[in-house]
Design a protein around this ligand. Structure first.
Ligand code: DC
Length: 226
């Protein structure tokens, strides 16, 4: 049972800062639903890629958006933070490739995509009881959220964490490529015209460099329960 059924908590920040792990744990600790907004941008990117849709073709993208339904579920396995259904197909793993990370970042700058996904996210959060994670959840999607956090960490630390996560899954890691990709994504996500990556004025900034997951979790839960 949730401690506060109507509550909305937002956790934003740059790529690879650990938002997904932390947000999922905050949600579990407080009995709330975890809303991974990035997974939705990834699902749209996968759809456009698999339908060979040119993302520069605005009318084409808008038409494609009408055919897309996205459902988020609790993850079926420990391999993922969330289960993602794209038009009923389970794409939880397919959306986590480096290609889709970059494409999701580009696709997320398209105003029609943001309008559709922001609407879906607000509908999911309508009754509250959620921990929303992304780039603009505290600024645009849920500006009236009761608790807002912005996680940051140095680029090197973010790469170290992501590499460790990938190695634990048996994946190969090229740390330099990862650093370059994070940098490119953060630039793209911060500089876009609509709903850029940005700390909300009323969000609590947590520099997670040098902190463990449990320490970050304790700070967030502590701030909420205070
Ligand atoms: O959090 P993530 O890495 O799964 O997000 C993938 C991309 O989606 C990210 O590079 C930018 C975009 N995104 C966004 O624009 N707004 C959000 N609220 C969440 C993600």
């Amino acid at each position: 049972m949730s401690e506060q059924p109507g509550i909305i908590i937002t956790i934003d920040g740059p790529s690879g800062v650990g938002k997904s792990t932390i947000s999922r744990k905050v949600a579990a600790e407080l009995g709330l639903t975890y809303l991974d907004t990035g997974a939705m941008y990834r699902a749209v990117a996968l759809y456009l890629q698999s339908h060979a849709c040119d993302i520069e073709d605005a009318p084409g993208v808008e038409e494609a958006l009408e055919d897309i339904t996205i459902d988020l579920r609790p993850a079926a396995t420990e391999d993922h933070d969330v289960g993602v259904l794209l038009n009923t197909a389970d794409v939880s793993g397919l959306i986590r490739t480096p290609d889709i990370s970059m494409l999701a970042s580009r696709v997320s700058a398209i105003p029609a995509v943001r309008t559709k996904l922001t609407g879906l996210q607000q509908a999911i959060g309508e009754k509250g009881g959620i921990v929303a994670e992304g780039r603009d959840t505290g600024t645009v999607v849920f500006p009236a959220a009761q608790f807002k956090f912005f996680l940051d960490a140095t680029p090197d630390e973010r790469v170290r964490r992501r590499s460790a996560q990938m190695r634990a899954r048996g994946e190969q890691v090229d740390e330099e490529a990862l650093l370059a990709m994070n940098k490119a994504r953060d630039k793209q996500d911060s500089e876009r015209a609509v709903a850029p990556l940005k700390k909300a004025d009323d969000a609590v900034l947590i520099d997670t460099t040098g902190l463990t997951i449990d320490q970050v979790l304790a700070r967030i839960i502590g701030a909420i329960r205070k």
